[in-house]
Ligand binder design. Structure first.
Ligand code: FMN
Length: 162
């Protein structure tokens, strides 16, 4: 199965997770939607990956999902996010992934995330990021979730994606 992993991000977390996931797949093509254009029609299956910033997907990922919704509905589809505000996961997914795609998805998961690099952000976003970390770190460690990735791969395995 020719799988497209279409991802984007600002500080490399989502890219890192996408590359790790790709190791489990055959015939995989990784495309950074902030750098390249890709049409999912050329693939048999698609995994979309985005960070969450201010409760939204990276813009290029949101645009990709909207533009190709109809094509994506005809193929095996899965998605993951990297984020630190776990309580808002369901709400963000509901907002960013159209219902028909959500319903048919093989897996939709939160792989966790870290906030190590604030260089790309302006002072306002830096303050927001610090306050998110302060709040969330009282609830759980700010880290990647290897178990979520393992479970995601298991879900792909179940439908013989891999
Ligand atoms: C300015 C800023 C805003 C963020 N906003 C959110 C948010 O609204 N919800 C959330 O769960 N995580 C939020 N995060 C955490 C990021 O989603 C997380 O660090 C993600 O893994 C970044 O992915 P990337 O390195 O691929 O860009 C924010 C991080 C920063 C720096």
């Amino acid at each position: 199965m020719r799988t497209l992993i279409a991802y984007a991000g600002k500080t490399g977390n989502t890219a890192k997770c996408a590359r790790k996931l790709a190791i489990h797949l055959n015939q995989v093509t990784l495309v950074d939607l902030n750098a390249e254009v890709v049409n999912p029609k050329d693939f048999d299956a698609v995994i979309v990956a985005s960070p969450v910033y201010s409760h939204k997907f990276e813009r290029s990922v949101g645009s990709f999902l909207k533009k190709y919704q109809e094509i994506l509905q005809t193929k095996p589809f899965a998605a993951f996010v990297t984020m630190v505000e776990y309580d808002s996961f369901t709400k963000v997914i509901k907002k960013e992934i159209a219902e028909p795609l959500r319903k048919k998805a093989v897996a939709i998961a939160n792989f966790g995330g870290e906030v190590n690099n604030l260089t790309p952000f302006n002072w306002h976003d830096k303050i927001i990021a610090k306050s998110i970390i302060k709040l969330e770190s009282k609830k759980h460690p700010i880290e990647f979730l290897p178990e979520a990735e393992k479970q995601f791969v298991a879900q792909l395995n179940k439908v013989e994606w891999i």
